[in-house]
Write a protein that binds this ligand. Structure first.
Ligand code: NAD
Ligand code: SER
Length: 319
């Protein structure tokens, strides 16, 4: 039987692209996109439901109405936004997860996808090639919520047999939709400003290296972990996932290969402290060994693809 998928938070940076990819995998009629409000960026013909991830009854009703078998929970406050409203970030990021895990515990759905983040690591974590199992001690409310979420995912798997799968995404770079308030968002803004004005003021220092990934790789990783046989998923908290690492200076140099006049300044804000608490590069041997993960995009290939696609969009929507 074909899976029926519900995506909660489908109109964000990841959801917009994941919705389309899942529709291609299981058919338009088998994917229900949901969010607080509709986005015209969703593919034409998308089945859409207005849904608040905090509304347990609402989630249950949509699961019943559409005979949903899998839930992808993407609704969350990201690192920078969460620091501005810690109490609400904790509420949203944790309660929504419990609603979905409980549905799986009660056998209303069969499988859950919930993303974690490199934000689970903290200032005492080894910075380079950060291992899967290491000191964590996150210092942001976002990171604390992701670490707690990971522990609860593992708990629900061990205690109740819930088939929950998770990835610790690095910063994701994409051109199709805007980022949602993270610390790694500079790596997207930089492309827009390079093309529009030829200059960018970065909120991180030039030598702040962070783990990053191009969205097509992240979408593929998500689908690969969800399609892998259950016995291959040895880690039920969340997998380290890695592709490329760079700092603002390095990405700017790569952009300059195509836009030689591009210049960058720095005006550091509170996000520097968040970035300083995160690793610079991640070791994802477990994901590669357990379910065959392999990234495709290098920094060079990502920059080239970003500029090519964004150019077309900016040309059609001049300010
Ligand atoms: P985003 O902010 O772009 O999208 C989140 C979506 O959730 C938005 O469309 C928003 O409207 C929706 N939403 C917010 N509150 C909601 C609610 N109460 N009910 C229903 N929908 C609600 O975020 P994203 O970048 O797409 O991230 C999705 C998930 O991936 C999050 O859990 C995030 O922590 C995780 N993640 C993202 C990145 C990244 O770089 N984008 C990296 C690591 C982890
Ligand atoms: N990209 C995300 C952020 O910066 C990491 O989870 O918040």
């Amino acid at each position: 039987m074909t899976d029926k998928i519900l995506i909660i938070g489908a109109c964000g940076q990841i959801g917009t692209e994941l919705t389309e990819a899942l529709q291609k995998q299981v058919g338009l009629e088998n994917v229900i996109a949901s969010d607080l409000k509709f986005s015209p960026q969703l593919p034409e013909g998308t089945i859409f439901e207005t849904l608040d991830a905090l509304d347990q009854k609402g989630i249950f009703e949509i699961v019943k109405k559409h005979h949903v078998t899998q839930v992808y929970l993407l609704a969350a406050l990201l690192s920078a936004t969460a620091e501005k409203n810690p109490a609400f970030a904790w509420k949203l990021n944790m309660e929504s997860l419990f609603h979905v895990l409980d549905l799986a515990k009660e056998k209303q759905i069969k499988k859950v996808y919930w993303p974690s983040s490199i934000a689970v690591f903290g200032p005492n974590t080894p910075k380079k090639n950060t291992p899967q199992f290491t000191i964590m001690e996150p210092s942001t409310v976002y990171g604390i919520s992701k670490q707690a979420g990971e522990r609860w995912c593992e708990y629900y798997f061990n205690k109740f047999g819930v088939d929950v799968r998770s990835l610790r995404y690095p910063g994701l770079v994409s051109w199709k939709s805007a980022p949602g308030g993270g610390t790694t968002d500079y790596a997207i803004h930089i492309f827009h400003e390079a093309l529009k004005s030829g200059t960018y003021t970065c909120f991180l220092k030039e030598d702040t290296s962070l783990p990053m990934m191009y969205m097509p790789d992240a979408i593929r990783a998500t689908m690969e972990i969800m399609n892998a046989p259950a016995e291959n998923i040895k880690i039920r908290s969340s997998y380290n996932l890695s592709a490329i690492s760079f700092n603002p200076l390095e990405i700017a140099a790569e952009i300059r290969k195509q836009i030689p006049e591009f210049s960058m300044k720095h005006f550091v804000d509170f996000r520097q402290q968040i970035a300083d608490s995160w690793p610079g590069s991640i070791n994802d041997d477990e994901a590669r060994k357990n379910w065959g993960w392999n990234h495709k995009f290098t920094l060079e290939a990502m920059v080239s693809d970003m500029l090519q696609n964004l150019k077309k969009i900016i040309l059609h929507n001049p300010l």
